[in-house]
Design a protein around this ligand. Structure first.
Ligand code: MOS
Length: 759
């Protein structure tokens, strides 16, 4: 892999190395389960071995006999706790030991607490349950599933997108495709295991747990345990991979907190990898039917996208990716419909680019099929269907640089050397295939607060309750402050991941850089105003300069004409040693309650297709080369090139890492990743990293990221579009298209495995 960070171009920030990089690579970054606390006891979960029914009796005698066991929390012990509220973040309403109903395999039935981790694990394995067992429904085709329209069932998916007269256009289309696609169940499997450490000091509860949503969890945990939110603190300074899995608070957190209260000691529960498959969220399997009609000229006249998603029995979790696919191209008419299929499974949740990854996979695979049916180059086909306005609401795009992305990526990839004939490109025993696809991700922002302190010595401290989930947000927040306050990054420190800090929204939906940087910018600008007023005031160092013309640079207040005053002198004139500002940012279109909702852990998202003035998306184009061994059908991906435009790029190094990681994940989704389900028992089978396949270094060769310059003043004050999720949208379709080009086999069901290419 090529390691260089791209040199910044227009509207792109420096490739500053992460401010926590050294701490992380030297093992000094304290992850939540690393926190040292005196007298800690260890928790281990016991989970159900059936997927549907009731626990009729729980046998804990053997478990209690294990030396070192302190307590077992199970049914009846959590009575005072309130049921969790379903939220479309994947927070399930399946309560922490509320009633004995079993909704899915691997549901928590007890928590054992012991002096040692080993004793807790041993005892948890000795807990036996008698069940009233019912036949579970595992997935789409199982008997007993319940299907319903998704629209309106969840606040995150209000309606099915429609435009024009699809049925008439479909009937009239000269060239048609009507195909089905599917994506499998996937689990995030972050390297850092899921864990909860609960510490009580009087009535104050502190939870150390990797979290993408410390404010939301504080409020929700307080509600469940009937505590004052002011007495609950969630701490999560570093996170070893999240991808959405650490967004929803699960049932475990309240159970561990109750256990710690019962025994009067801190309790730490680290969930083993196997149990995480059933106790955390995941990406549910999806199915798609796409109908696309076009004229001989290549213009799409009809686009129909039906989607089906699996969810749990009680919760209407939906991703509903037709919101994006329906706005992708200049379709003449659009008809979409999303259905939920309730099965006996745990509630799914966000997983990197939740709606777009499966839905755009289906769309872009279909786009390639249509290009083939039309006998057109797939890039030219997308060019012809580039829209002026989005087809559903007729709104303009705040900015849309997709064609520039195609131009730059296809040039760098060498697309012009592709022979379009299927199976025509070979290198010895290897069949060579090339494919491409579009990446799209909505640009949103949410209210966010930040506190910035600036001292006469030029030291900057940024505090914001956002979360460093590995994206580099701590670094880019620091960069924003350094830039606005005119100091070097060596002067900046950034605190995040603690509900005691100013609240930030859930770190999901690629909103963090935009939201956090906008809040930090606002706090810094308030400091600038004060400094400028002081610097230009009567008798001050730059008296009479007019403070609108001032700037901060190199620890000085500077004028346009080259005069300057040292920061220390300006602070001295103000007779203060430091300035501190607390800023609350609310995106355009926010409701009057937007800020109070932020503090209540229910941030409003603005952007994407929901804004009145325009729709807001980041775009990209990805090109993939595959090589398929003509004898063994082994599939390799020697190179992938992606070009992306996402407004202002705060840091070309961290941006590139996000996009690169996304594309690598996309290759894994295309070729490897799938959770297998035992259909008889509705049970996940490959619950470890030996059998759950993800790409390793040897699978990934050349990955090139091109950052296409783009300026967008509409999206938010920082001008930033999210890109944490953009990179892995479209990748799998590009791989599927390349596999088709190499072999003539169109694989519509992911992942594409060797056995799909035999025969
Ligand atoms: Mo992301 S899946 O919205 O954490």
């Amino acid at each position: 892999m090529n390691q260089a960070a791209p040199a910044p171009r227009e509207n792109q920030g420096d490739p500053v190395v992460r401010i926590d990089a050294r701490l992380k690579v030297t093992g000094q970054a304290g992850y939540p389960a690393d926190i040292v606390t005196a007298n800690v006891a260890y928790g281990a979960l016991a989970t159900s071995s059936i997927a549907r029914g009731k626990v009729s009796e729980l046998h804990t005698k053997d478990a209690r006999a294990v030396p070192g066991v302190l307590d077992i929390v199970t049914y009846g012990d959590m009575d005072k706790a309130d049921t969790p509220k379903f939220a479309n973040t994947g927070a399930s309403s399946i309560g922490p030991l509320h009633d004995k109903t079993v909704f899915h395999d691997g549901q928590i039935i007890a928590l054992v607490v012991a002096e040692t981790f080993e004793a807790a694990e041993e005892a948890a394995m000795l807990i036996r349950a008698d069940y009233e067992n019912e036949q579970p429904s595992a997935s789409f085709d199982s008997k007993g599933v319940k299907m319903e329209p998704a629209a309106g069932k969840s606040p995150m998916f209000k309606e099915d997108a429609k435009a024009g007269d699809f049925n008439a256009a479909w009937a009239d289309a000269t060239v048609k495709i009507d195909e089905k696609y599917s994506t499998p169940t996937q689990h995030h499997n972050p390297i850092e295991l899921f864990s909860t450490t609960a510490i009580w000091q009087g009535d104050q509860l502190t939870i150390h747990e990797p979290s993408q949503n410390v404010t939301g969890w504080k409020v929700e945990l307080a509600r469940q345990l009937k505590l004052d939110p002011a007495n609950v603190r969630i701490v999560s300074p570093y996170i070893g991979g999240a991808f959405g899995s650490k967004g929803p608070m699960t049932a475990r957190t309240a159970i561990v907190a109750v256990a710690a209260r019962r025994i009067g000691r801190p309790v730490r529960c680290v969930v083993n990898r196997m149990q995480a498959f059933g106790t955390q969220t995941y990406r549910a399997e999806t199915r798609h039917r796409i109908r696309m009609g076009a004229g001989k000229d290549g213009r799409i006249t009809a686009f129909g996208h039906e989607g089906w998603e699996v969810t749990s029995r009680p919760d209407p979790y939906v991703v509903g990716g037709t919101s994006a696919t329906a706005r992708m191209y200049n379709y003449g008419s659009v008809l979409t419909h999303v259905s939920l299929v309730h099965a006996d499974r745990n509630t799914p949740g966000y997983m990197r680019s939740p709606p777009e990854t499966p839905y755009v996979y289906a769309l872009e695979n279909a786009m390639d099929e249509m290009a083939v049916a039309l006998g057109m180059d797939p890039v030219a086909f997308r060019r012809i269907n580039e829209p002026e306005k989005e087809p559903i609401g007729g709104k303009p795009f705040s900015s849309r640089s997709l064609i520039k992305c195609y131009d730059q990526a296809s040039e760098a990839f060498g697309w012009s050397k592709r022979d379009p004939r299927v199976g025509s490109m070979r290198d010895g025993d290897w069949l060579v295939g090339m494919g491409c696809a579009t990446a799209i991700y909505p640009t949103a922002a949410a209210p966010c607060a930040a506190r910035v302190r600036f001292t006469a010595d030029g030291e900057v401290r940024v505090q914001c309750g956002s979360h460093e989930i590995g994206t580099g947000v701590r670094t880019v927040a620091g960069q924003m402050a350094a830039e606005r306050l005119g100091v070097g990054m060596d002067k900046v420190s950034v605190e995040m991941g603690d509900s005691a800090l100013p609240p930030a929204p859930v770190s999901g939906g690629s909103i963090s850089t935009a939201s956090v940087c906008s809040a930090v910018m606002k706090a810094c600008d308030a400091i600038r105003e004060k400094l400028f007023a002081a610097a230009a005031g009567r008798g001050a160092p730059l008296a009479g300069s007019g403070n609108a013309k001032l700037d901060l640079k190199d620890e000085k207040v500077v004028t346009e004409t080259g005069k300057s005053a040292k920061l220390a002198d300006v602070f001295k004139a103000m007779q203060v040693g430091a300035l501190e500002e607390y800023a609350e940012f609310a995106p355009k279109g926010s409701s009057p309650e937007a800020l109070s909702k932020l503090y209540a852990g229910q941030p409003e998202f603005h952007g994407g297709e929901g804004d009145k003035d325009s729709v807001k998306y980041a775009f990209g184009a990805e090109f993939v080369e595959v090589r398929i061994n003509s004898y063994t059908r082994e599939i390799r991906v020697p190179r992938i090139v992606g070009a992306f435009a996402a407004g202002r790029i705060m840091n070309t190094r961290t941006a590139r890492s996000q996009l690169m990681g996304g594309m690598i994940w996309g290759i894994g989704q295309a070729l490897q990743e799938a959770t297998e389900i035992d259909q008889r028992h509705a049970r996940y089978v490959n619950r470890d990293l030996q059998d759950y396949l993800v790409p390793v270094n040897a699978d990934i060769k050349q990955v090139d990221v091109i950052l296409v310059p783009e300026t967008d003043h509409q999206v938010n004050p920082a001008g930033v579009k999210g890109l944490g999720e953009l990179g892995n949208v479209g990748t799998a379709a590009a791989v599927a298209s390349a596999v088709y080009h190499a072999t003539g086999k169109r694989i519509r069901d992911l992942p594409i495995r060797i056995d799909d290419l035999i025969g």
